[in-house]
Design a protein around this ligand. Structure first.
Ligand code: GDP
Ligand code: IMO
Ligand code: MG
Length: 452
């Protein structure tokens, strides 16, 4: 009864998910982070992959860390798409991703050693390569910025995308033609070496040595996986199969729509899936925005609801808020509906997946930021001038905590009244249905409000 009530409340007005069978007819879905990353996109991509034929990463690189916990085993993926654990999935690294070939091969080896079959993995020939000099430049540029540094992952993401935009990047397909590959390395290094030596006082990179190393160590392992991934994606779409596009990073790390310059160098927002995988928007039906029940951020940049008190420490300690790959302590704060409303607009979200609700379990009070106070004026939309985001003071709605362990809840009807009140208020504030709520890191620890 409560289940039905919840379903009516959450989906009654939108009317999208009344037939669960319909979910399986949706051609393409996108998973996108709605905050500053690490929302739990990977675990929901893994969950949804069950009903898909393909999971396609469309941007970013190994700055991502996507954690899956299945049958007590933990997998921390960087470049390999989250569908890899299923035998029926073709995991695809799309053209919009920047690929460090050494990292990809190491990740595939680690997974293979753990019994995960990576043979179906496809990598777009049009994806750009991250080379060691990109990582070196990333670290040098950060050091050069001093206290104004961005706090990048130092994985070479920005410099690799910069070379792509400058049209001196090296693509995965270049590996297949040795003379082209060598020429391109030489061409880009004639410019990059000037930066390394003259701007940063470093040694130049030898083009032949680098080309030899990459060809010797990476070509054989990568060759069987290099593919025309646009063709693969469209073959599946034309065959009526379902595809999941898996965003890395998040809406407010988007180079166009995020808190620039404290952003990554790609478009994680849902629209990025179109150029990043080679599909038109007409194929996309579901856009699932993943949001933590609170907020975290790694690296510098504005964060209106950031906490510096014991609640902030609680989120770090109970939520284990340390980077999946970099180990950095994440900044934490209350969930921010102002930002989430903006994320709905930017991504065309059809629904939300709220993660880590269990981390709030033992708090006396829980809060949602519903507006910002800007010099005494209350605003409910994200200010377009970033200086205002930097100085925004959050206006909160406060609720009683539920003080109950949620980690084994399976049915929405079993959620305590206080948790329902919190979720209802969040849904009302954000304006799209909450479809899923996770209450623990394992694949099975979630509640589905659409499965009535
Ligand atoms: P992603 O980058 O968006 O895929 O997220 P990360 O994997 O970087 O960070 C999410 C972290 O939260 C991982 O350690 C997950 O195992 C964990 N996690 C995901 N969902 C839940 C949840 O509902 N509850 C708890 N306690 N942990 C979760
Ligand atoms: P997933 O996919 C959280 C952040 C970095 C830094 C900024 C720029 O796991 O959610 P970059 O190395 O991309 O040039 O760094 O973006 N960042 C992330 N933060 N999760 C991520 O990925 C991130 N990828 C990049 O911390 O602030
Ligand atoms: Mg992550």
């Amino acid at each position: 009864m409560l289940n039905e009530l919840f379903h009516t409340v959450r989906f009654g007005s939108v009317g999208m998910f009344c037939q669960s069978a319909r979910l399986n007819q949706v051609p393409a879905s996108i998973i996108v982070g709605t905050q500053w990353g690490d929302e739990g996109k990977g675990r929901f991509a893994d969950l949804l992959a069950k009903d898909m034929s393909m999971v396609v990463r469309y941007q970013g690189g190994h700055n991502a860390g996507h954690t899956l916990v299945v049958d007590g085993e933990k997998f921390a993926l960087q470049l390999v798409p989250s569908g890899v654990l299923y035998d029926h999935i073709t995991p695809v690294i799309g053209n919009g991703v920047v690929v460090d070939p050494f990292v990809l091969l190491a990740e595939m080896k680690t997974l293979t050693d753990r019994g995960v079959d990576c043979s179906r993995l496809k990598v777009s020939g049009n994806a750009h390569l991250i080379m060691p000099y990109h990582q070196q430049l990333d670290a040098l540029q950060e050091r050069h910025l001093g206290s104004a540094k961005l706090g990048t992952t130092k994985r070479g993401i920005g410099p690799a995308y910069a070379d792509k935009a400058l049209r001196v990047g090296i693509r995965v397909q270049d590996l297949l033609d040795e003379s082209i590959f060598r020429k391109k390395i030489e061409a880009v290094l004639s410019h990059t070496n000037k930066i390394l030596t003259k701007a940063f006082n470093r040694l130049p990179v030898d083009p032949d040595e680098l080309a030899d190393k990459v060809l010797e160590q990476c070509l054989e392992g990568l060759k069987p996986h290099i593919a025309d991934t646009v063709d693969l994606v469209h073959n599946d779409l034309e065959a009526g199969k379902n595809i999941l596009f898996e965003g890395a990073q998040a809406t407010f790390l988007d180079i166009d729509h995020g808190t620039y310059p404290f952003v990554t160098s790609s478009n994680p927002t849902s629209g990025g899936a179109c150029p990043g995988a080679g599909v038109g928007p007409k194929h996309i039906e579901r856009v699932i925005g993943v949001a933590k029940a609170y907020v975290t951020r790694v690296g510098a940049g504005p964060f209106p609801t950031e906490l510096f008190d014991e609640v902030g420490d609680h989120f770090v300690d109970v939520g284990h808020e340390y980077g999946t790959n970099t180990g950095r302590r994440r900044r934490t704060g209350w969930v921010d509906a102002v930002m989430l409303r903006h994320a709905v607009r930017l991504n065309g979200l059809t629904e939300l997946a709220i993660t880590k609700l269990d981390v709030l379990d033992m708090l006396d009070k829980v809060k949602i930021c519903v507006a910002y106070d800007l010099d005494g004026e209350e605003v409910t939309k994200l200010p377009y001038h970033q200086s205002q985001v930097h100085k925004a003071t959050p206006v909160y709605q406060e609720f009683s905590g539920w003080k109950t362990d949620l980690t084994s809840v399976k049915d929405p009807a079993d959620l305590p009244a206080e948790a329902k009140t919190f979720l209802d208020a969040l849904e009302e504030q954000v304006g799209v249905p909450i479809r899923y709520v996770s209450i623990g890191p394992s694949r099975k620890q979630y509640v589905d409000f659409g499965a009535v």
